[in-house]
Each structure stands twice: as structure tokens, then as C-alpha cells.
Design a protein around this ligand. Sequence first.
Ligand SMILES: *Cc1c(COP(=O)(O)O)cnc(C)c1O
Length: 483
Amino acid sequence: MVEDGRFLYTETQRIMDIQESLKNLPSVENVLQDKRIQSHITDVSRMGVTRIARETIAATRERMIGGDPPALGKADLKETIVVTAAAELEALVSDRLGPVINATGVILHTNLGRAVLGDETCAAINDVAGEYSDLEIDVKTGQRTDRTARARRLIRLITGAEDALVVNNNAAAVLLAVQTLASEGGVAVSRGELVEIGGSFRLPEILASLAERVIEVGTTNKTHLKDYERAVKEGARLLLKVHTSNYAIVGYTDEVPLSKLAELGRGSNVPVMYDQGSGVVSPLESKGVKGEESIQDLLETGVDLVCFSADKVLGGPQGGIIVGRADLISMMRSNHLSRALRVGKLTLAGLESVLRQYWLGRSDSIPALSMMMSSPGEVRARAEEFALLLGRSAPSDCRIEAVDGESSVGGGSYPIKPLRTTLVEINLPTGRPERLSTCLRGMDPPVLVRVKGNSVFIDLRTVKPAGEETLLKYLQEGIGKVK
Ligand SMILES: *Cc1c(COP(=O)(O)O)cnc(C)c1O
């Protein structure tokens, strides 16, 4: 009883103390008057700055009610709030979307912006960014034109497709195709291909929201032609095959080859679409990269439509491309949804530039491809030299060497086909690799690395040669700093 009584007393006292200290919170007006906050106020920002001041006070209040920070005096409390709000206001200006050095060896990392564009492509984008452009006008005739006409022509000539359609990304391509072709009837897709592709793109849910019906065929590991035949009888208006690019089903499996599916589609007058995903256009095999079938090869199977991303293996800016039968593409183009999915001039300038490089046989100058095609020998030579340079300045408890490893294409491409690479291993005493990694992320530009066990690993495959010097400097700095 005594114990309980004492507890009750302390708890009551604590609450009273908190209530007392809450009275010390400054008013919004009071915070706004501080010159560290005043300096951020413009005609436009006044309302926003007031909101940040209010939010900071409210957050501090919440924390105080939770007992943190402990009761502070009036002046200290205001100081804490002003400093926090001022830091937030600074960040609004300094924290912008910016470049990072990707030393992870993942070539197409969605979180890092996927394909890096080459100089020629960046210049093409820059050219139209600050000027008016002939986006939708034929300057010879003065007539209005289709903004994607040039890109479409190049895609058709490169892939051999009858026609092409360019939209905002590959998810939009799937959406447009399914909505156009299967909003009546239904779409048939194998149970082994009902994938989630990062973020919130879950195929079964998307299909269900677009098609009248989703007809799931086969099983997770085996789908046969007769399963699709049944779906056609049940009224499927589109047969969709999806490249399961971010995972593989291995073991006792069976899927229907695209050519067989295409044959069924032709025979029953139901279009067949393949969501290929990565957009392999050049023959990577000839460069020693064991790759996937190219868009050209896929179209040869007789499939009606193939769609893919523009910013994966294709190596362009974010976009989605559908190639195939002109009549189907024309239906999609006249779908009112296509207006909502259209691409902007910056995307088109970049995409046209990349496609032109394919056309001119200069795909080696597309960074995503050149990174993939970098031979193991080239990467090894770079890694060995880098390890040597870094090793010279390394402290005695840090071991640096070039070791065999694997790069990954990423972006849901080539899940089981990593690329042989040579990594620079920086072996450090326990705890330091994580600290080095954190320190490197704090650099400008930030550096992203792999950490495994007691080592930090650098894969130069995804680092532009021009960025090596900065990387070396930051690593030397970082290794010297973390203890
Ligand atoms: C990446 C991918 C998508 C999504 O493409 P986005 O361009 O990111 O919208 C869809 N399907 C497949 C098979 C993919 O690999």
C-alpha cells in the first residue's frame, strides 16, 4: 500500500511537472521573431515558415509529454525549437535531388535512378530544356504532329515492329494495354507470373482493377497450353505473359513458350502480349554478356505485343514502350487514358538520342550497356590499380585488396545471371565497415558501397572513370576518419 501510495505521488508529481514545463513553450510568434528564422521569411515562404515553426513547437510538446526532453527552462526550450526549425528550413534549400557515386555494382538500381545517361543524351535533353522545341509541330509544313513520331520511327526500324507506342513507364504500358484490350472479357495470365515488381506494382491487383476479369491459368510452377486454351474458351480477350524478372521458379516447372502462345492467339483471334520488362535491343551475347532474348527475337515468335521499360537495359530515361501490331497499338493510342500517360519533351529528347545511338551502331556509348559489357579483364585492371592506390595511404589495421565478386544488372533484370567482376575489398576492424559506409553516404556527392562482414566492397563497374579520383579521395578521408 505504501509502495502504491508513493508511486501515485511521484506519478502525479511528474505529470504536474510536465504541465508546468509545457507553459514554458514559446508562442509561434515568438519563434518567428528570432533572426535565424526571420532570415528565411519571404513573401512566398511566410506561411510555410509559420507552419514549420508551429510543427516544431507541436513536436517538442509531444516529446515533453512523453518525458523527453526533460523539463527545460523558457530560454533553453525556445533555443531548442529555433535551432530545430532553422535546420529544417536550411534543409529545404540544401537537400535536393542530386547525384551519388554508385560503387555497389548494381547497374540499374531503381532507388538510384536506374540507367545513367551518356553525355550525348544529356546534351540532347539540355538542348530542349531551356528553349521552345518542335515537340508537336512539323516546322516544314507548320502542321501539328505526334510528339512521339521520331521515337516511334526509330523503335520500329530498330526492332522490326509494325508500330510502337511510348508512355510514361512500363507499368503504364501494361495498364494501357490491359485496359484497352481486356476491359471487356478478361485477361489471362499464368499463376506463375502474378508478380510484384517493387513498390506497389502488384500485377494481380493492377489487372483486377483494369480488366473485366482476371483469368488465372495453370499453377505456380507449371502452366500448359491447354490451360490457356481453356481461358480463351472462358472469354479471355488478352493473353498476357510476364517475364518474371525479379525471381525464378526452378525445379519441377513448365511454361508455355511464347511462340506456342502466339500460335494459340492467332488461331483464336485473341491478342498475346509479353511484358518483357528490361528492353534488350542490342545483341549482348556477342559482347560476352549472357543475356535475355532481344525485343527483335521476341517479335519473331509472332507475339502481337511486347512491352518494356526505357530506363532498364535499353539505357534511356524513364519511359515505357509497347511494340507490335499496328491495329492494336492504334486502339491503345486512341484510348483516352493514353493522354494521361504521355511523356514530356525531356524524356523524348533523351529517348530519341539513345535510340539514335542504337541505330548508328554506337550502343557502346550508352552507359548502362557499356557498364554491362565491361569485360572481367577491364574491371579487374581498374580494381587492381585502385586497390594499389588506396592501399598506399591505408592505416596498418586496414587490409585492401582486389577480390573476385559479382555485379548485378538490377532493376529486376537478369535475376540469376550476375556478371563476374573484381571488387576492391577494404577489410577493417569490427564495427568500422558500417561507420565507413555511413561516413561515405555523408560525402558530397554521397558514396554508396556494399558492406559485408568486416569489409566494405567497391565495385568500379558502376563508377564512371571520371569519378574514380573523387571516390579515392573520399575513401582515403573516410578510412582515416572512422575509428
Ligand atoms: C520493371 C518491370 C516492370 C515495371 O516497369 P516500370 O518501367 O518500372 O514501370 C513491369 N514488368 C516487368 C517484367 C518489369 O521487369
